[in-house]
Design a protein around this ligand. Sequence first.
Ligand SMILES: *[C@@H]1O[C@H](CO)[C@@H](O)[C@H](O)[C@H]1NC(C)=O
Length: 409
Amino acid sequence: MSLILIKKPALFILNIITFSCYIVASSIILGCFHPSSYCLFSSQIPALVCSEAFSAFLYNYCPVVVERFSPTPWCWGGRFQTLVSALLKSRPPVAYRNERIRTVDGGQILLDWVDNQDSAAYPESSTRPTVLIIPGLTGNSKQSYVLHAISQATRRGYRCLVFNNRGVAGEELLTPVTYCAANTSDLERVVQHVKGLYPQAPLLGYGVSMGGMLLLNYLGRKHAESGMVAGFTISVPWDAQKSSESMEEPLNLLLFNKYLTVGLRRAVTRQRKILEKVVDVDYVLRARTIREFDERFTTLLFGYKSCTEYYGDASPDRKLHNTAVPILCLNAADDPFSPQHAFPLTIVQSLPNVALLLTAHGGHIAFLQGLFPRGESYMERVFGQFVQAVFEHPNEINRACGIMEKRNS
Ligand SMILES: *[C@@H]1O[C@H](CO)[C@@H](O)[C@H](O)[C@H]1NC(C)=O
């Protein structure tokens, strides 16, 4: 067990400098290529797609869904929101308790807990509501969106834990297995572990971006046996193929895709010794896009015949009808990672337990508001209110979503 305190002033200053360069560069690039994305001071009530009963529940207990969302006025366009959010967002200090758990294949998973022992609302640990946070591609418990979610949940008295995908939290891989958006075995192992420790504590899953794909794929696979009372996702890519195409548009390739691929390659380099047993590492390290990386690495590691087959299996849109708990999904229509033409509007309209909350602006894991958007923004408020609504009004939300009394299986 060890405590990590996250506070890096030097990193912050570096971020500010990088950020200033980006402002200038992006203003020029976005200005030249996308004049239509200048939506200064635009402000709209987000669209809520769900059943009438679910929306009535949300109006009552999660009123942020009917508020106008006004993006930061100088931060136009989804790409710019995404960049600014990644560089500028504050990092609330969080002290984690680390735990390592083993998997059947001999691997290990690193969990980061915030027990919240001083919880005034839930002093009894065995029944304290618990949020399981699943970060995005290459992300871990140090991401600012994770820290903000923890701050929201703990102030309400809840416990949190972060599921770090294998190899992303600085730990060694013990077997040549990493992670992918379609394989829910590790998440299943984590949920089993948590339910074993606290069988009486309600558990909510919160997935961000690829973590959201994993969560929805898991909820679809497990139906009513998920061990969770609800799910919440932010900026989830609905169709991996379409997301990949969007990420390969020239500007997105330049601003995001290449950067993420560097992170993926770096992780492979760090674990080269063990991964060499199953893939051609030098070939993997020449991948220039996420898709190339997935073709040369993820597809092989998880036994898919092709990247197309993997992307099909990873896409959560076609799993939604198998889910059996209340789920709220927040997406922005200008998210470069999750194009709006892939939003599963028709599917969700026929499901009693799933709600899509869609804003016109907000980019990817950004949703920045206010002139100097370093602190909490729209997505943190939606998360905080929804988590509280789920934990404090379990019977109402289940009734609204057409779910019978069978919970916490
Ligand atoms: C996940 O991958 C592992 C290792 O390849 C495999 O043993 C397991 O069956 C997979 N699980 C699912 C749910 O696909």
